[in-house]
Design a binder for this molecule. Structure first.
Ligand code: ATR
Length: 264
């Protein structure tokens, strides 16, 4: 039986096993997908095990998307450019790092029927997933990307990868069409300070978080009369792409999948 894992810390909250195991069963694939909590100093050993073919592939989540890179043999172009790996495949004794968060975000936007081209984007946060979102937005030809992070330096550091982005201080609200919350604020239902008087309507409020379903950030967007969307379909589509990479078939994404993730 093939073995797949998601590694991270914390990992308890991860819905990846539920989703992948559902799809594995549906496609009659003889494999199992589990979660493993690792400490940073256990990562090297974990990867030597993968090399011995005990493990067929894995997903990587917070806080190891960058940490794993030195232990891999090859990176996809997207993983290289974002320095972020969320999926690892095993090919001819080589460990290949991929980034399926990018396509996950792109597909989420496409599914929403939202045209990103020529839009002004405001991103809150500069953590693990932000390079992937910026990469995807650039691919979709966004007009202008502004980033704001509580720790200013971390936002500024993104400029070495993406020289065209603008940075504003935490608490400032620039003009935008789409605002993306990529901070972990909201997991515990805290609020984000925004200058609501200049926001207006016809905007898209997007939260990378999908549990809770509607963060205070999304509630605010809704109250202001704007379109809102959480990160559930981005999560589903990054998993979809990982599944396709590993098993060579496309799993189904339908109402049942949305319900499966709701009941948690
Ligand atoms: P990491 O920063 O380790 O990659 P992450 O979960 O991917 O972790 O990112 C957390 C993001 O949420 C960061 O942008 C963080 O801001 P800092 O860089 O200043 O830490 C942001 N964040 C977390 N708690 C926050 C809070 N109470 N107020 C504002 N931003 C917060």
């Amino acid at each position: 039986m093939e073995k797949y894992f998601v590694i991270g810390n914390p990992i308890n909250h991860s819905l990846s096993p539920k989703l992948h195991n559902y799809w594995l069963k549906e496609k009659n694939i003889n494999a199992v997908y589990e979660k493993i909590k690792l400490e940073e100093n256990e990562i090297e050993n974990f990867f030597s095990k993968i090399k011995n073919q005990d493990i067929n592939g894995c997903n990587v989540t917070i806080p190891f998307k960058k940490t794993v890179i030195p232990f891999l043999d090859k990176l996809s172009l997207e993983a290289e450019q974002t320095q972020s790996v969320n999926t690892i495949s095993f090919q001819n004794n080589n460990l290949i790092g991929h980034n399926t968060d990018i396509i996950g975000f792109e597909k989420a936007m496409t599914e929403l029927n939202y045209k990103v081209q020529d839009k002004k984007i405001f991103i809150l946060g500069a953590g693990g997933v932000v390079p992937s979102i910026i990469f995807a937005l650039n691919k979709m030809e966004a007009l202008k990307i502004t980033v704001s992070n509580r720790t200013y330096k971390k936002a500024e550091d993104l400029k070495s990868q993406f020289d065209k982005i603008n940075i504003v201080k935490w608490g400032e609200t620039p003009d935008f069409d789409i605002i993306i919350n990529a901070t972990s604020l909201g997991l515990n239902n805290e609020s984000i300070k925004l200058n609501t008087s200049i926001i207006g309507q016809g905007k898209l409020f997007y939260d990378v978080i999908y549990n809770p379903n509607k963060t205070n950030f999304l509630k605010l967007g809704e109250k202001l009369g704007n379109q809102i969307e959480n990160g559930k379909s981005m999560f589903i589509y990054q998993a979809f792409e990982a599944f396709r990479l590993w098993h060579g078939v496309e799993p189904n994404v339908d109402e049942k999948i949305l319900e499966l993730l709701d009941h948690d």
